[in-house]
Design a protein around this ligand. Structure first.
Ligand SMILES: Nc1ncnc2c1ncn2[C@@H]1O[C@H](COP(=O)(O)OP(=O)(O)OP(=O)(O)O)[C@@H](O)[C@H]1O
Ligand SMILES: [Mg+2]
Length: 455
């Protein structure tokens, strides 16, 4: 077809721009499995720019299992069109339609693929708007996929509009602060203040005046006009008391008083201030234990924990790890203006790591790797060595009780392979290191690194 034909009424440059701007991915292979063209939509699907993909061969991607199942060989073999659902290495599901284009001799000249996100019809209507707002909306919305977090999210939505106090429990870095902010953003108090204070970061002697304020000339050194406390500032909104266990017993008594009476007396004041404040408190300590040992008031505990929400550690909700990695990857690729993605092996190691520092640690690792890597693919060899160090813990002590000899040996083999793989991240290198055949090394990699299904 002649591109100058009046049929188009478009010059080739404009035409190319239009295809590039299409929401669906357009991917064109030549007759030899090479990518001849791909439009910008590929960055949404594979976290990768067209420049990085054009010219590459289909089998370069297959080796790294970019998408499964693959359809291209079928099109070349049977010389007909196919439509299939594919899963990309990021976990994204796509609908791919592949159409062959023939030359005069009826040989395949090109294969044109149209790759579409699995979006629901109602989303398509607002597609452009959706893309614009997706990033900013997502920034303050927790990312999750696990069943336990899905249920927890349901609970948060349910209680968001009910005026009850909430306690968020969980290890450091699990997302307590984030969920507190999220709860505020969907609550009926969203247009009122969200005031946050970390009770551990303020000296105890200042904490009470910070929370409740003081009247004119309440004490020497006080501002002459007095000072509004955070309770007053949070009026009609939400006060987030982070690290609540750090409140002194006297501050706890005052807090209980406000919760019971809806009013408090600023330092040195004679007239009480009435407030309507919803409290969200958080701690990474065992609050019930502190109550039992007399370090936290029991009556305050019951006032605060009308709803108690426990955010589980990341290692016990492994299905959230991949979505979180992808989310942070997009965030940091955008922030640092680069295009990086993880190799499948690297992802597998990240998914199976124990993440003692929870989401915060994962986020930092992704950020560091995006900044320090200068190749498009972040491979297992680039991961911090600490991610492989589990083996060191068992080197000098045997477990007091083992399930069986075989399972203990299997555990040991896994740790040995993981540690060795950190330094020798191809089957060839690993084979040399262990002095075994490459086939056996390959088997070990598949068993302990890439096919780890323990989550
Ligand atoms: N589900 C999530 N989706 C996206 N980002 C998350 C999620 N959970 C946590 N984060 C991010 O991880 C980091 C740590 O989370 P956050 O500060 O809320 O943890 P925390 O439980 O309050 O920790 P600490 O006990 O130390 O205060 C933050 O940058 C937060 O934005
Ligand atoms: Mg916090």
């Amino acid at each position: 077809m002649d591109f100058n034909s009046q049929l188009f009424n478009l010059d080739i440059e404009t035409f190319a721009k239009i295809i590039d701007a299409m929401y669906d991915e357009v991917l064109i292979y030549d007759g030899n499995y090479n990518i001849a063209y791909i439009n910008q939509a590929c960055s949404r699907h594979y976290c990768c720019s067209p420049k990085e993909m054009i010219g590459k061969n289909f089998f370069d991607f297959i080796e790294d299992k970019w998408w499964e199942p693959s359809v291209l060989p079928l099109v070349y073999k049977n010389k007909k069109s196919y439509a299939i659902k594919q899963t990309v290495y990021t976990g994204k599901e796509l609908l791919t339609i592949a159409v062959p284009i023939f030359d005069q001799n009826n040989e395949i000249k090109y294969v044109v693929m149209n790759v579409r996100d699995e979006v629901k019809e109602k989303d398509i209507v607002n597609a452009s708007e959706r893309i614009e707002t997706f990033y900013s909306e997502k920034m303050n919305t927790p990312v999750f996929k696990s069943k336990i977090m899905t249920e927890l999210m349901e609970l948060i939505k349910k209680i968001s509009t009910v005026n009850v106090n909430v306690i968020l429990l969980g290890e450091s870095g699990t997302g307590k602060t984030m969920y507190a902010q999220f709860l505020h953003s969907i609550s009926d108090r969203k247009d009122k203040p969200f005031v946050s204070i970390n009770c551990a970061s303020i000296p105890q002697e200042l904490l009470e005046s910070e929370l409740f304020g003081y009247a004119k000339g309440a004490f020497t050194g006080a501002k002459t006009q007095g000072k509004k406390g955070l309770f007053e500032i949070a009026h009609e909104g939400i006060l987030f008391l982070d690290e609540i266990t750090e409140l002194s017993l006297s501050a706890q008594a005052k807090l209980l008083h406000v919760l019971q009476n809806g009013e408090f007396l600023p330092l040195g004041a004679t007239v009480p201030v009435k407030v309507n404040v919803r409290i969200i408190a958080a701690t990474n300590k065992n609050l019930k234990n502190l109550v039992n040992t007399g370090n936290f008031r029991e009556d305050l505990y019951y006032r605060l924990n009308v709803v108690e929400i426990y955010i589980p550690p990341l290692r016990s909700r492994k299905n959230d790890i991949l979505p979180l990695i992808n989310f942070f990857l997009i965030e940091f690729n955008k922030k640092y203006n680069v295009t990086r993605y993880f190799s499948e092996t690297a992802l597998s190691i990240l998914k199976n790591y124990k993440w003692q520092g929870n989401v915060r640690e994962l986020k930092h690792v992704v950020e560091r790797l995006v900044i320090t890597s200068d190749t498009m693919i972040i491979d297992a060899s680039m991961l911090p060595k600490t991610l492989f160090n589990i083996v060191d813990e068992i080197d000098d002590k045997l477990p007091s009780q083992i399930q069986s000899f075989d399972s203990a040996m299997n555990d040991f083999e896994e740790k040995l392979v993981k540690r060795a793989y950190a330094q020798n991240n191809t089957s060839r290198k690993l084979a040399k290191y262990f002095m075994i055949t490459q086939t056996r090394a390959n088997k070990l990699i598949r068993k302990h690194i890439t096919n780890n299904t323990s989550f």
